[in-house]
Design a protein around this ligand. Sequence first.
Ligand code: ATP
Length: 334
Amino acid sequence: MPDTDTPMPSAEADASSQGTDPSSKPFYDLAKWATKAPEGEKLISTAYGDKVQEDLKFVENKPGVHKPDAILVADDVTRHFGGIVAVDVKHFEIERHGITALIGPNGAGKTTFFNLMTGFDKPNTGTWTFDGKDLASVSPEKVARMGMVRTFQLTKVMSRLTVMDNMLLGAPSQPGEGMLRSLFPPLWRRREKEITEKAEALLNRFLLYKKKDDYAGSLSGGQRKLLEMARALMSDPQLVMLDEPMAGVNPALKQSLLDHIVSLREEGTTVLFVEHDMNMVRHIADWVTVMAEGKIVAEGQPKSVMNDQAVVDAYLGSHANIDLGDDSVLEGVE
Ligand code: ATP
């Protein structure tokens, strides 16, 4: 099904119609402050944002550069498809607690790199560690349990399941799964209650609570993106990898998605995202990495990388020209 979006009520109207009182959730304040703090005032918590920006301030802008506090480190990762070298990454590090954007032209190898890091595909060569742990040959399920989850360019929500059932599938282990546990109903009932409450809180936060009993297939493209992000958070990941979170999302939901990503960082989650929307990259990324023909060809502070005419001409091309000029959706961010 194409990942198109349909108009939906504004985020605030939606929030007011949620099943529980959104104002009781601190996150709601944080999300508002994240992008709409009154002039001259700072976010409620900028601890991680400040730390990351401080840490990255003196890191050289060059491909494969070492970072002060890397959570994901990849070495000599290659993936060939017949004669095509889809990924050929010599060395790459992701800074913990940062928002890193992975950009580059179509076919650069960004999605393949995501697939490799998260166990959805196997490389021809290479090693990579997550939080110091070797991840080569680890299954996607185990990678997720270890704290690294990803979303997909074309969402993988289960259309014929309800929104709530999709959320429950994102929980790390299901109630009654183990034989031993299944013999003790109080054990799995407690666990079931916990994960249901967690799913409800996340659906509330992502403005999907009132849709919890609807089939996921009835959601708009943008809402499916939100659901996929919410589902990814069911396992309390340390690193979230988002593949084109803004693609097919209408402007009202774009603002909301952007708030969610910034808020994730403020809660201590590391974010790596692939995006063609340069406007979004420029506004929220702490660090930008450029990929072309499978290789990391540039990385650095967003301003310097995205204002580098050579990078713009060679790797960003028309995407840069179109999106850099349109700030209307993100007014007030920065
Ligand atoms: P986009 O921005 O368009 O999503 P991308 O940067 O994510 O592009 P990939 O989808 O990773 O790029 O593709 C990298 C290269 O590998 C492309 O040339 C693509 O055609 C090729 N490729 C990816 N997956 C496969 C596959 N399963 N079989 C054959 N070739 C593939």
